[in-house]
Design a binder for this molecule. Structure first.
Ligand code: ISE
Length: 351
């Protein structure tokens, strides 16, 4: 396959309902590559027809393995290849320009989180989507497609434990990439809990306080772990343990304390085995293992949305509000102070 660099604008061919949804992927790093593989193997009604990445080795691997046409430049790909939707899995600082480019072409997007590194960038995306008058963006908060979390949310929404008062969250990674800096556990990893709390509580976060205990000797260059306290408008207090060098495995947990009971997620998928005076249960190795099924459901929902012309799932507004709260968390970490968070006015498109 060639690394096409066409600049000609090719109109998107009209589709028949039975044709697979034609997907292009921007960014063939870990996330992008996993998405390609999941679409090819596990998502019915979709085909990855093009992908782009600056790395030649990665492009060649995807050409050989999946027969995809690859490009070095996203604009050339969008101009040269008719597609129905675009997955953006490039580094966060490239998202704004790439999302805007897709919106200009009226193309639905599944954008990995964080939607944009700064609130100002996120605002540009919101303005562009609002100007088009319909939702074209889904943000990659895959936890909303997780069975365990969805059951917990349903239990709380059904009023089974009364009024939520406290939430305890745990988010542990075995280790992180060498380029990970202390702020990334707030502006990247914590974004999942920020979105999860808004979804779970139907409430907005109004203050954040980041506390840092003694750091692990495993990663002396990082402030790790961190304890984050989030306050919501209705007065719920949530604590999040963010620990990205937990070494033993990957774990995400959530417990809600209500006025009439508590509800929490399962600890893991496997059975709990009691033998020879001990109890054993498998701990997931990484987020791909823990959330593999959630990613598949997320992709299937997005593909269905592209096919029907109705994108649902976590919105660009959810992405923007999350970045807004994460920015306050970074400020709290840097200043050592509790930081109040303004509640942003939700545009009609997202209500
Ligand atoms: C990481 O930052 C991610 O992006 C993953 O989505 C998440 O599951 C992981 O725990 C984070 O640390």
């Amino acid at each position: 396959m060639s690394h096409v660099t066409a600049t000609r604008q090719v109109p998107v061919a009209s589709q028949r309902e039975s044709d697979p949804v034609r997907v292009a992927v921007i960014g063939l790093g870990r996330m992008g590559s996993d998405h390609v593989e999941r679409i090819v193997n596990d998502v019915a009604g979709a085909a990855v027809v093009a992908a782009c990445d600056p790395d030649e080795g990665s492009r060649q691997r995807h050409e050989r393995r999946f027969g995809i046409t690859t490009f070095t430049d996203p604009e050339a790909m969008l101009d040269g290849c008719p597609v129905d939707g675009v997955i953006i899995a490039s580094p966060g600082h490239l998202h704004v320009a790439q999302v805007l480019s897709c919106l200009e072409r009226d193309l639905p997007v599944l954008c990995e989180k964080p939607l944009a590194p700064s609130v100002a960038d996120g605002r540009q995306i919101i303005e562009a989507e609002v100007a088009r008058g319909r939702r074209l963006i889904q943000v990659g908060f895959m936890r909303r497609f997780d069975d365990h979390l969805a059951e917990l949310v349903a239990t709380v929404h059904a009023d089974e434990i009364g009024v939520p008062l406290l939430v305890h969250c745990v988010h542990r990674n075995p280790s992180v990439r060498p380029t990970y800096v202390s702020e990334n556990s707030l502006d990247d990893s914590l974004t999942h809990e920020i979105d999860q709390l808004r979804w779970l509580l139907n409430d907005e976060i109004v203050a954040v306080n980041v506390l840092v205990p003694t750091s692990t000797p495993k990663a002396p260059h990082l402030a790790d772990p961190k304890l984050i306290l989030l306050e919501t408008a209705s007065g719920v207090l949530a604590d999040v343990e963010m620990y990205v060098n937990a070494t033993y495995g990957y774990e995400v947990r959530c417990e809600v304390v209500g006025s009439e009971g508590t509800a929490s997620t399962h600890i893991g998928e496997g059975p709990m085995v009691r033998r020879s005076g001990q109890v054993h249960q498998r701990v997931d190795a990484n987020w791909g293992q823990r959330f593999g099924a959630s990613y598949r459901r997320e992709l299937a929902a997005w593909v269905a949305g592209v096919g029907s012309g109705r994108i649902t799932g976590p919105s660009a507004w959810d992405g923007l509000v999350t970045s807004h709260v994460a920015a306050a968390a970074v400020e709290s970490y840097r200043t050592g102070q509790r930081v109040p968070v303004d509640v942003l006015e939700t545009p009609a498109l997202y209500q």
